[in-house]
Design a protein around this ligand. Sequence first.
Ligand code: M6R
Length: 359
Amino acid sequence: EKGVYDHYMLKEIDEQPAVIRKLINAYTTISGDTRIDEQLLERILASDRLYIVACGTSWHAGLVGKEIIETLAEIPVEVHLSSEFGYHMPILSEKPYFIFLSQSGETADSRQVLVTVNKKGYDSLTITNVNGSTLSREATDTLLLHAGPEIAVASTKAYTSQIAVMTFLARALGVKKGIQAACRFDVAYEMGLVANGMDQLISEKHEYDRYSREYFLNHAHAFYIGRGLDYAVALEGALKLKEISYIHAEGFAAGELKHGTIALIEEGTPVLGLITNQATAAHTRGNLMEVASRGARTIVVAAEELASEGDDIVLPSVHPLLRSLVSVVPLQLLAYYASLQRGLDVDKPRNLAKSVTVE
Ligand code: M6R
């Protein structure tokens, strides 16, 4: 139940560090090894390509998961929207393996793909919060998110727990393959730092009330930009904002703005830039300067290691591969307060249901 909270969404944002700690216990041993069924790992390693299939926020988590799996396990990964994939399947690799990401495990668009996958006789894994859900029952294997019930329509803790579970899985696969990047990656320790970092951001949540008022209150449009993993998080941050505050928000690859979207920038348009990747930090800062010179009100969210003076939000230090797990928290909080400030129904936004059971 909501307890001391006015809304489930804020409660669920707050629960994220505890969920990460729970996942450390569920998916690692005391000695720091990953704890995932060996046969499941073997089934995945028998494939030559992973296809992650999901909708909405779960699809956004898949985009982050792709990078983590490719880095730690060196297996190629494609990420697809369920509603597109089912009827427009690309030419599959010789030995495809399917991963369904679904908080509820009941999303009809994803189930429709699983039915096809089963007909074709391929193995699959559902990563879900709900044991015994349809997608869990119908897939070959299941890994649980252990996030506890998520009630708010806007998904928060399911997103971070999906990324975390994919990280444990990627680590286990990489170690089994003997990949150095995975063997060196102390996943329990790094996830512990993530949980602490989330705690720090959440303890300063009232700051985001102020930021949200300052950045978004009098605006109908907002843009979130980033590159690589930051682009994936930009998409998620923008979805959170539009879903519950009804502000028109779009996530863009930072380098793409100048190929068209920059025409939308007006005096005062909020543009939030995520900077957590060293290789692209300078370019994204350049893109922020381009929009600022056309009147945008820029908001910089930067990793501590890459922060410059004057950056608005500086993220606590975590492993570079796991920065999405902390960078999303300020965006969740900004969306929450933007909705609250507009007097909207935070937990039950208009036109939306918690689980979408029609195609
Ligand atoms: O239960 P699922 O993860 O399959 O749901 C997928 C989407 O419907 C869901 O993530 C939706 O986008 C959320 N409302 C976003 O906050």
